[in-house]
Write a protein that binds this ligand. Structure first.
Ligand SMILES: O=C(O)c1ccc(O)c(O)c1
Length: 456
């Protein structure tokens, strides 16, 4: 079922949602650049030359040249960003707002002094014209004017296939950086590393046979994209591309990640409406937390064969989210994915863990028994396991073992959780050590019941 966007019907109003944001991304970032005095000077000295430095569309540039804020908003501009442009031109916020109303500056000011625009006549019902009363030409003209439908039309034109997205499986794996280094430096045949990579031979073959269109990849950033200046709990990547980060040893020699902005925007709408207050990010570099699982599952390739939606969870600075919260998020994620009206196949990956402690006198802690009990319960009793408190992870699985809470997002999205399907354990692997860490790996096939599959 498509998400309702009734807000598009409010007269004289453009709601800045993910679709508009994607459309106006460069326009808004261009406006942001005008926050610097030096850039304002360069813009005012030669507007076209400065605009040409940005990947703006002709329509966006023309809107700016015309000082037409309505047109700029149709092209994806947001008023708070456009206000930087207006300020550069010396306009007050009242002048900017008034310029969009068809009134003179004086008329607008007088209206505001007189109590502002009345709500009477400005509700949805006041402007809704019954379709039958409009000629086809009028309808076509109105649709042409409706910028909010552009993204929808573009999607429809690009894809005429029918059916909804399906979750085909879940992959759980550690994401130790040294595994990436071993691959990149050609050490996979060394006995120490062979024992690790052998556990993924089956996985690579399985992944090729069960290639999804998109991987929803849950991981934690390790002080790479997010340092202490910004500590979001949950981050959803809504961008088009994510380069591999330089974590201090030079960037890994792996391809960049291609995102899926349209699908990610849909997931964002659905999850946020279900009260998961996500941070959305359009530009970020991704570290070993994301690239090592990709290498383990796809090997060394020139291009990754799937699109990826990165999903970061803060497990670095406490308070970090609980297993329960992540499990509930997984359930909401299933709803979000299965309501996406394109017949794409999606895998959800949970990464991080298993037991490891990278700090202090207890560094090197490994708890095989706890790890294997975790894997057993993740399969059989994920709901019960999700109630394990943070302290148990830290005490039993080491301070960095807390990464395991992320696995619940993938597990919560499996059909058996809601009782309308089953999972099948396809592969399980456990090995100690990889650097300071116990490596755990699990692959689950997701098998929704026939009734649940038909509903999708
Ligand atoms: O075992 C390690 O070396 C190691 C280092 C950094 C990580 O983020 C990690 O998960 C493991």
């Amino acid at each position: 079922m498509a998400l309702d966007k009734e807000y598009r019907k409010v007269p004289g109003t453009t709601i800045f949602d993910s679709e508009q944001s994607a459309k106006g991304y460069h326009l808004n970032q261009f406006c942001m650049s005008l926050m610097k005095a030096e850039n304002r000077e360069r813009f005012l000295a030669d507007e076209d030359a400065y605009m040409d430095e940005w990947p703006l569309t002709d329509a966006q540039k023309q809107a700016l040249r015309d000082r037409d804020l309505n047109a700029a908003m149709r092209e994806g501009g947001n008023i708070y960003f456009l206000a930087k442009f207006g300020a550069t031109l010396g306009l007050s916020f009242q002048q900017m707002a008034g310029s969009m109303t068809g009134m003179t500056e004086q008329e607008y000011r007088d209206m505001m002094v007189g109590g502002g625009r009345s709500i009477a006549g400005n509700r949805i019902a006041d402007v809704a014209v019954p379709e039958v009363e409009r000629t086809e030409a009028e309808i076509a003209a109105a649709q042409e004017q409706d910028p909010m439908l552009d993204a929808v039309r573009a999607n429809a034109a690009a894809d005429d296939s029918v059916g909804n997205a399906t979750i085909t499986g879940a992959v759980f794996t550690s994401h130790v950086p040294a595994i990436g280094a071993a691959l990149d430096l050609g050490k996979t045949e060394e006995p120490y590393w062979k024992a690790v990579f052998d556990g993924y031979e089956f996985s690579k073959a399985w992944e090729q046979d069960n290639l999804p269109d998109v991987v929803f990849l849950v991981y934690n950033d390790h002080a790479t994209a997010f340092d202490l200046s910004l500590i979001p709990t949950f981050v959803l990547g809504t961008g088009a591309a994510y380069p591999a980060a330089d974590e201090g040893y030079g960037p890994r020699p792996v391809p960049g990640i291609e995102g899926d902005p349209d699908f990610a925007a849909h997931v964002a709408h659905s999850l946020i409406r279900d009260d998961f207050d996500l941070t959305l990010v359009n530009e970020m570099e991704v570290d070993h937390g994301l690239t090592v699982p990709m290498s383990l599952m796809f090997g060394q390739v020139d291009t990754w064969p799937v699109k990826v939606i990165p999903f970061h969870v803060n497990v670095v600075q406490y308070p970090v989210p609980s297993g329960e919260r992540c499990f509930k998020l997984g359930k909401a994620l299933r709803k979000a994915i299965e309501s996406y009206e394109k017949p794409i196949k999606v895998q959800i990956w949970g990464t991080g863990g298993m037991s490891h402690q990278l700090q202090g006198p207890r560094a090197g802690l490994i708890n095989r028994e706890w790890d294997n009990a975790f894997l057993d319960r993740l399969i059989e009793d994920p709901e019960g396991l999700s109630h394990v408190p943070h302290l148990e992870y830290v005490e039993e699985a080491g301070s960095e073992g807390i990464e395991l809470v992320m696995w619940f997002i993938a597990r919560g999205a499996m059909s058996d959780v809601e009782g309308d399907g089953e999972i099948e354990v396809v592969h399980r692997f456990y090995h100690v050590p990889a650097s300071n860490t116990a490596v755990g790996h699990l692959i689950l096939n997701n098998k929704p019941s026939a009734a649940a599959a038909a509903k999708e």
